[in-house]
Design a protein around this ligand. Structure first.
Ligand code: ATP
Ligand code: AMO
Length: 436
């Protein structure tokens, strides 16, 4: 490895010591016989002061630098009140490891807002911006914390297939692929496999995976390739057990981010509010009542809340100090959700979690009675032949179970306070973009 010290490791206490830094040239400021070169690495920036009077050769070399060259510079640490971060380097040696072409396709250093499409077209350059990098450093910490919660609770980390014969979620949102001459599909959700693992006695599982949805339109919260966090657990009493898991794990992950990603949150200018109170759990009918009476809003689809409805309910609960809440009991749900349970005052045991005014996850208790499920499949036009392997797993003993799927990209979008979900994805895919 090249010997290097990260910018955030250099402190005023090291005054007089020699260190070696490596990174990209972020900025060059020429003040006559004095040139300031700001070197950026993953953790921040270091100011290097080239003085003609100190070393003419080094000073000359600094004049030939371009923005975004990759350099390694050794130098003496100097504590200085004028330097950003209170320290700077007086260089003693420099190597240009890789030269950057000019001009750059977009600015990295200057605070110039490029539109999202330009940013994504030049993503390799855009990702150099500290505020873009902060999103992905935060994302990594957030998902490590999430997985940590499930590991500590004894969940098994699984991987299910991404190539499938039939969509788990139905609808027209499937991407076909040619599989040895036959048409099959990219997975929409690990749904069927999660449930088969409950039949297999795995009890508690999670998967950090990928789901593909051929969404017809691009919105600020839909993409075609989704990072999905899926959970399934067995021996539950009802859907409240699943909501408990969703609530506790999300709270833990947010707490960890507030604690361990302070720098990222600061760069992103986000004041993260970790919900301490229990998340409200309202029924689907209550949600529609609030929308009708308080906002005079009636979603078109009588079986769902629309984007505007979720946003308005988000405002309603955020005013009461709740950034997250559950809506429980959606009518006419997919065949795998338990529905029309005698004695229930809700149409199904399906819930959505709305976080900061946007659907973040869907889940619920599953139907584990095979005859009821076959009847629901029949009513919904799902051919049981295509789900043979799934139904077979139910035939030989399956405990009551439930779970949920959480859109990781949407979670990062909301935590980092990003306008568009694509900003939360390194190389996003949408109907108009498969590159870079
Ligand atoms: P899921 O697919 O899991 O249900 P979702 O967030 O896509 O998650 P939907 O219930 O499908 O939720 O949609 C909720 C609302 O989002 C819809 O009423 C609609 O307003 C909007 N919406 C969903 N998909 C699209 C899309 N592809 N283009 C535009 N708007 C959409
Ligand atoms: P659902 O279809 O609601 O449920 O998906 C779960 C969550 O995934 C995210 N999501 C998306 N994010 C970005 N772009 C998209 N096109 C997109 N579609 C979905 C959302 C959504 O809440 N099998 C069930 C889960 C379960 O019951 O366990 C399912 O897939 O955040």
């Amino acid at each position: 490895m090249i010997d290097r010290t990260y910018s955030d490791e250099i402190t005023a206490e090291q005054d007089g010591e020699t260190v070696s830094i490596a990174g990209h040239v972020h900025e060059i400021r020429d003040l006559g016989g004095l040139t300031f070169v700001i070197v950026r690495d993953r953790e921040g920036k270091t100011q290097v002061v080239f003085k003609e009077e100190n070393d003419e050769d080094l000073f000359e070399a600094a004049q030939d630098l371009h923005k975004e060259d990759v350099v390694q510079i050794s130098g003496r640490v100097k504590a200085s009140d004028q330097a950003p971060g209170g320290v700077e380097l007086a260089p003693t040696g420099m190597e240009v490891i890789s030269e950057s072409d000019t001009p750059l396709p977009m600015e990295v250093a200057k605070d110039i807002e490029s539109d999202l499409s330009t940013r994504l077209d030049n993503r390799a350059i855009d990702l150099r911006k500290p505020e873009t990098y902060a999103v992905f450093s935060l994302r990594s910490k957030l998902m490590s914390a999430m997985e940590e919660w499930f590991d500590d609770e004894g969940y098994v980390d699984v991987d299910t297939p991404l190539i499938s014969q039939e969509g788990a979620e139905g609808g027209a949102e499937l991407f076909p692929v040619v599989y040895y001459g036959d048409e099959v599909f990219l997975s929409q959700s690990p749904q069927l496999y999660k449930q088969m693992l409950m039949a297999a006695g795995f009890d508690k599982i999670y998967e950090t995976g990928t789901a593909f949805r051929a969404e017809a339109f691009a919105t600020s919260r839909h993409v075609s390739e989704i990072a999905m966090f899926d959970v399934e657990l067995a021996y539950i009493e009802d859907h409240h057990d699943v909501m408990d898991v969703q609530e506790e794990s999300l709270r833990y992950a947010l707490e960890q981010v507030a604690e361990n990603a302070r720098d990222e949150l600061e760069v992103l200018d986000v004041d993260l509010d970790v919900p301490t109170e229990p998340f409200p759990r309202i029924t689907f009918d209550e949600a529609r009542d609030i929308l009708a009476t308080e906002y005079d809003h009636v979603p078109d689809d009588s079986d769902d809340l629309d984007t505007k409805g979720e946003k308005l309910l988000g405002e309603h609960f955020e005013e009461q100090g709740h950034p997250a809440f559950f809506v429980v009991g959606y009518p006419n749900e997919k065949f795998y959700y338990r529905q029309n349970v005698p004695g229930d005052d809700i149409a199904s045991r399906k819930f959505d979690l709305v976080y900061k005014g946007q659907e973040l996850s869907s889940g619920g208790q599953r139907e584990h009675d095979i005859e009821t499920m076959e009847q629901l499949m029949d009513e919904q036009g799902a051919d049981p032949e295509n789900f043979h392997f799934y139904l077979e797993a139910f035939r030989f003993g399956i405990p009551p179970h439930g779970g949920y799927g959480l859109g990781i990209d949407r979670l990062v979008q909301k935590v980092a306070d990003l306008e568009n979900i694509k900003e939360a994805i390194l190389f996003p895919r949408d109907p108009d973009r498969v590159t870079p």
